[in-house]
Design a protein around this ligand. Structure first.
Ligand code: CP
Length: 301
């Protein structure tokens, strides 16, 4: 793997290889590069989990972290994203992690940038490392994907997590269903696999809840949070109808008592904070894989 831009570009074998290595990192395996290597984290959109779990992953790998602040950078003087990344490459960055509000921002980078680009989320497009950490969490729970019923619930149209996960989970053999307001179902993702929420909780092995992406809406799209919670949220009553071994996931940030009852966020079925913990191991595996592409960086361990 050189760049990691979308989960679609990874073959199933590559995905399973990253998950295997991520599991080793999760169990405490240490790999470090043989000499100093630098990674720059460029976040043009807010982030807590992705930004800091990349930073922890980089530090655990023994990488030097260049913390790019767009507000104090020459982006403020009109420098393009391409010129910014080209500059970081010129001064010695060995890889860049980028989150950006524009879908497919990386299309303008891939032809001229030689160092690995790892996508930390592009607009409504893709979030491949979130997808990988979700897969690791599911694999730890069930040991396989084949035949699992995964229901993704909420603002599908504006969710890069839904887009990334729908693709890869189907490829790995899961049955993927979608629930939530009909106007947020994007047929290109859902392909007719809609299921009402009260049915969804009964058949699911994984309930994957999503935040309403208000920042990507052009007009007010729900009448009230309370109404949304009753119609489409994971309420305590619905949770009581889930199968014994089913789990709850959410990429977070969470809007408590909107898409999920606050009391369920840390309930026995919830793997939400486990997902975040897994995010570090997955990002260690992704960074290692990208940096050691064609033997450019050698890792000891
Ligand atoms: N899940 C996720 O991407 O969270 P952040 O926006 O906090 O990085």
């Amino acid at each position: 793997m050189r760049h990691l831009l979308t989960i679609t570009e990874l073959h199933n074998e590559e995905i399973l290889g990253i998950l295997l290595e991520a599991q080793l990192f999760a169990e405490g395996k240490i790999w470090t590069p043989t000499n100093d290597k630098f990674v720059a984290n460029l976040f043009f959109e807010p982030s807590t989990r992705t930004k800091f779990s990349f930073e922890v992953a980089e530090k655990k790998l023994g990488l030097q972290v260049l913390d790019f602040e767009s507000q104090s950078s020459s982006v403020q003087k009109g420098e393009t994203l391409y010129d910014t990344v080209k500059t970081l490459e010129a001064i010695g960055a060995n890889a860049v992690v980028i989150r950006h509000p524009q879908d497919h921002y990386f299309d303008e980078l891939v032809n001229g940038i030689s160092i690995p680009i790892i996508n930390g989320g592009d607009g409504c497009g893709h979030h491949p490392t979130q997808s990988l950490l979700d897969l690791l969490t599911i694999q730890q729970e069930f040991a396989h994907f084949q035949g699992l019923n995964v229901v993704i619930v909420g603002d599908i149209r504006h969710s890069r997590v839904a887009r990334s996960n729908a693709d890869v989970l189907k490829r790995l053999g899961a049955n993927v269903y979608f629930s939530g307001p009909k106007q947020w179902m994007d047929e290109a993702i859902t392909k007719g696999n809609y299921i009402p929420m009260d049915e969804a909780v009964k058949i699911s092995d994984v309930m994957m809840m999503l935040r309403i992406q208000h920042e990507r809406h052009t007009c007010k799209m729900i009448s009230s949070k309370e109404e949304y919670h009753q119609l489409f949220g994971l309420t305590e009553i619905r949770e009581a109808n889930m199968k014994e071994k089913s789990i709850i996931m959410h990429p977070a940030p969470i809007n408590r008592d909107v898409e999920i009852a606050s009391s369920l966020v840390e309930c026995e079925r919830s793997r939400i904070f486990k997902q975040m913990t897994n995010g570090v191991a997955v990002r260690q595996a992704v960074l290692k894989s990208a940096l050691q592409h064609k033997g450019e960086v050698v890792f000891n361990g």
